[in-house]
Design a protein around this ligand. Structure first.
Ligand SMILES: [Zn+2]
Length: 170
């Protein structure tokens, strides 16, 4: 008999079966109730649904490596602005992989560990988490793709304590 470990996705599928059985939110509108758009990291420890107590239909959440402002985030933010969003939170976090490695180091690790060439990709790494938050807040506040009446604030989530704090921005 095979003793392969079970596929973890099987557990997720079972959890979804249970979720769907008790699901009662099929009538939620597309427009998020709070009008808040969140940008944060894809790190598995950083889940705003948990640390901000979000339920379905309350806020739009966009996650990528580092929670950085990218063209793809701006593409989504144009859509959420059309859905009425005028409030954006940029949330970076402690112990982020992008605060550890420079582009050349990441490129070299991709080459040696994956056998792939990513030298054309800017991973948007940073050396100071407060500064990276301020940089992304400034980019949004000055972007021609963001309405001037959109309020943008910056925050840091601490993966050790679960506490989110605001980064003062001018
Ligand atoms: Zn991260």
């Amino acid at each position: 008999m095979s003793s392969d470990p079970p596929d973890p996705v099987t557990g997720f599928v079972n959890a979804n079966d249970a979720y769907a059985r008790r699901f009662a939110k099929g009538d939620l509108p597309m427009r998020p109730k709070t009008g808040v758009t969140l940008l944060t990291c894809a790190d598995s420890r950083v889940d705003p649904a948990h640390f901000l107590g979000l339920s379905e239909g309350e806020a739009t959440v966009f996650r990528n490596a580092g929670g950085r402002v990218t063209d793809d985030f701006l593409r989504m933010l144009l859509i959420t602005q059309m859905l009425g969003s005028r409030r954006v939170m940029v949330i970076h976090h402690t112990d982020c992989g992008l605060n550890r490695f420079s582009n050349p180091v990441i490129h070299e690790r991709v080459r040696t560990e994956l056998g792939l060439d990513a030298s054309d990709i800017d991973f948007l790494p940073y050396t100071d988490v407060e500064q990276s938050v301020r940089d992304d807040v400034t980019r949004l506040r000055t972007s021609p793709k963001v309405r001037r009446d959109v309020l943008v604030t910056g925050h840091i989530y601490d993966v050790r304590t679960g506490k989110m704090s605001e980064v003062p921005t001018p």
